[in-house]
Ligand binder design. Structure first.
Ligand SMILES: Nc1ncnc2c1ncn2[C@@H]1O[C@H](COP(=O)(O)OP(=O)(O)OP(=O)(O)O)[C@@H](O)[C@H]1O
Length: 723
């Protein structure tokens, strides 16, 4: 018995070394793995305890550290999708090809025939019915077609709304396959007897999906619980055949789209999909992605990734740490753990935003089955088969698109889309701008919590479908990710909205990020075309941004200062000086008026009221005072409220260390054009004060200055006279 175990152990090590050799030597290029992986391939049982407890896969002897080669962003599969190779192989198996062709062609062909006949007969109201028919047909056709249908659900540029909605309903709930076949696969892949290494915790799989099924087991040697994901038998073969057949039919479908005046290259869509699904069926690539995800996001509090036992992982078998947790949609269990759903959703959304908008490496499929909430409140990500990457230009492009939609700046939005290659450069974009203006809601003026991502994507989708848009994979993945995320967030907490969660993040990025394209967005958002400040917008942005953890008011002040000091900032500086003159002047006038009223109020009430008054002054300025105090004291003037709001925005009264502003003020003060502007402000203020005083002394009506608000001087006169 002992001998047998040793034998299998040594066989296992040989097999494991073989896998390592494949990964590191044979195909580092394809794998996206570095050559810097010469780690000995030890048995997982020899892993020192601290490796598991420190939460990182980093550098352990037992764990292969999949290094991403420079420039590789998402791990590539060892075997890549190759239509040519599939064609060669399948031409030798005409029987399989013919049978499967008939299985697919019949229902899909029937759907296509129905669509064309609706079109010829002018039955334009049957789109929903046809979408449902296609959904039913696909759901019967097996994993590759179901995955293809799910992928189409996030292609608003290809399908109208009704189809997108129906494709989203496609579930890959498939019956489990025979466990004997699953264990046989493990033995073949690892070169060990299944029961020598694993002890099943439950005989039945805990989950069965289109590509694989998952068992809960224990490692015999250490007793550690693991999740064992095993691929369906012949998965790659079946997918290759279906892709080949779909590709074979693509010319016909391209022509059907032409009938509807849509130029769609179906073949390249199928090829894109082929690449994605080949990534999903390679568990080594999945393990590498899991590790990459862990490296990038392990620092986010409350988020983690199960550790992968890479010496027990092959292309068809993935072994990882078992995580005890519950789905976010399982409200009863969440309540049992005493977990706050809104906090979990917040962690999830903030983590996704960081993935998409900061690092660019993101989990494109954060559905309920791919996330577990643990008893300690942490959120565990699972299933790294569908990862995507957006580079800096693409991430900023997405961020800018959000800003321009909020700002209703259609020409800027279309410009971003053109730069990202979604729309050709040489077409007349006016009709697109007009359609956007008509279709999209006024995000700024509706309650932000009422604007949901799905609505906006649907409306944008109608336009993308109508005009010649072509969405690249990164954008499709972002749409998919945010759509799935919003669906899940709403299921868990019906009040949550992805846009209202995301917009503060977007606001804080444009206010603090010095990258040129984001600064351009800030200018378009906060300045009029002739360079003057839109105070309300700027105030709105600060307010949104202030709630986010990454927002740093000093940094945003610094970014604004740099802009003012640049050549482009001259008009802004001029406008700012004018605004300062008006604000300080009216604050002076209105301030005097307020103080007079305030003193009168104090004289007619008692001392207690006076003390309460001084305490309430701050609250009063914030508009946050009790009704009885409001009766007692005059309303703060608009200028005072504005000034107070500005202080609040800059958080000068809060936790911000005001000393941090000193270098910025110094930078401003040293700049000759700012010195000149400051001199002009002082001179103008003096001029105004002198003019007001002289006119008052000589009993003349108050002077009128540009920008005087609320007849400030009249208020001043009246109160002086009354007093
Ligand atoms: N490490 C783990 N700990 C606990 N449960 C797990 C673990 N990994 C997977 N599971 C369970 O197995 C299910 C399926 O896992 P996973 O999503 O990785 O499989 P999949 O075949 O890629 O499925 P799909 O592609 O449909 O998302 C999960 O929803 C979860 O319930």
């Amino acid at each position: 018995m002992m001998e047998e175990t040793e034998m299998s152990e040594s066989k296992r090590l040989t097999k494991a070394r073989e896998i390592l050799r494949q990964v590191t030597e044979e195909a580092p290029e394809q794998m996206g793995l570095g050559s810097g992986v010469p780690l000995p391939f030890f048995n997982a049982t020899e892993v020192p305890e601290n490796v598991w407890s420190n939460g990182l896969l980093d550098g352990s002897d037992a764990i292969v550290r999949y290094k991403f080669r420079k420039g590789v962003k998402v791990a590539e599969p060892l075997v890549k999708y190759s239509p040519e190779k599939a064609e060669k192989a399948l031409l030798n198996q005409p029987n399989r090809w013919i049978v499967r062709n008939i299985q697919i062609a019949f229902p899909i062909g029937f759907w296509a025939f129905s669509v064309v006949s609706d079109f010829i007969l002018g039955k334009t109201d049957r789109r929903r019915e046809r979408a449902q028919q296609l959904q039913r047909a696909i759901s019967e056709l097996g994993p590759a077609l179901i995955k293809a249908g799910q992928a189409l659900a996030s292609r608003p540029d290809l399908l109208p709304k009704e189809y997108l909605e129906e494709m989203q309903l496609l579930q890959d709930k498939v019956p489990p396959f025979d466990s004997a076949l699953a264990f046989q696969c493990v033995e073949e892949e690892l070169g060990v007897k299944f029961l020598d290494v694993f002890e099943l915790v439950s005989e039945e799989p805990v989950a069965a999906a289109s590509i694989g099924q998952v068992y809960k087991a224990k490692l015999r040697t250490t007793g550690q619980e693991v999740a064992l994901k095993i691929q369906r038998p012949n998965c790659e073969d079946i997918i290759a055949l279906d892709l080949y057949i779909l590709r074979w039919w693509s010319g016909i479908y391209t022509n059907i789209f032409k009938v509807f005046k849509r130029e769609i290259d179906v073949q390249s869509i199928i090829d894109d999909f082929g690449e994605l699904i080949y990534r999903e069926i390679d568990y080594i690539a999945e393990a590498a992605n899991a590790q990459r995800f862990n490296e990038l996001y392990a620092s986010i509090p409350d988020v983690f990734v199960p550790k992968v036992y890479s010496d027990l992982t092959t292309r068809k078998v993935l072994v990882m740490e078992w995580v005890d947790g519950v789905r976010l949609t399982d409200s009863a269990s969440l309540a049992r753990y005493g977990l706050e759903t809104s906090k979990l959703v917040d962690t999830l959304v903030q983590c996704s935003l960081q993935q998409i908008l900061e690092n660019g490496f993101f989990h494109a499929d954060p559905h309920a089955g791919n996330l577990l909430a643990c008893a300690d409140g942490r959120l565990c990500y699972l299933d790294f088969g569908m990862m995507s990457y957006a580079d800096r230009r693409q991430r900023n492009g997405f961020l800018l698109a959000v800003v321009h939609i909020v700002n209703r700046d259609w020409s800027a939005l279309v410009n971003v889309y053109q730069k990202l290659g979604f729309i050709p450069e040489d077409i007349d974009v006016k009709p697109i701008e007009f359609a956007l203006d008509k279709a999209l809601p006024d995000v700024l003026n509706s309650e932000i919590s009422e604007v949901n991502f799905k609505n906006i994507v649907n409306k944008l989708g109608d336009i993308m479908y109508k005009f010649p848009f072509c969405l690249p994979p990164f954008y499709i993945a972002i749409i998919r990710c945010l759509g799935v995320l919003e669906g899940l967030a709403i299921q868990v907490d019906p009040t949550s909205r992805i846009i209202s969660e995301a917009y503060p993040y977007v606001a804080s990025r444009v206010l603090t990020d010095p990258q040129d394209d984001l600064q351009e967005a800030l200018r378009r958002l906060a300045l009029t075309p002739d360079g003057k400040i839109r105070w309300n917008r700027l105030e709105g942005l600060f307010q949104e941004a202030r709630g986010t953890p990454r927002f740093d008011v000093v940094m945003s002040f610094d970014v604004l200062t740099d802009y003012i000091l640049s050549d482009d900032g001259d008009i802004l500086l001029e406008d700012l000086s004018e605004q300062i003159v008006i604000a300080v002047d009216s604050l002076g006038v209105e301030g005097v008026s307020y103080l007079l009223k305030f003193t009168r109020a104090l004289r007619i009430s008692d001392e207690v009221a006076a003390i309460r008054a001084s305490r309430s002054l701050r609250l009063l300025l914030d508009g946050n005072v009790q009704d009885d105090a409001k009766k007692l004291f005059p309303e703060p003037t608009p200028a005072m409220q504005r000034f107070n709001r500005l202080l609040n925005l800059l958080d000068l009264s809060g936790d911000t260390d005001t000393a941090k502003f000193i270098p910025i003020f110094r930078k401003l003060a040293q700049e000759p054009k700012v010195q000149r502007a400051a001199g002009e402000v002082v001179a103008k203020l003096g001029e105004r004060a002198l003019s007001r005083s002289l006119r008052f002394v000589f009993g003349l009506p108050p002077p009128k200055f540009d920008g005087d608000c609320n007849a400030a001087s009249t208020v001043f006169e009246e109160s002086m006279v009354r007093y």
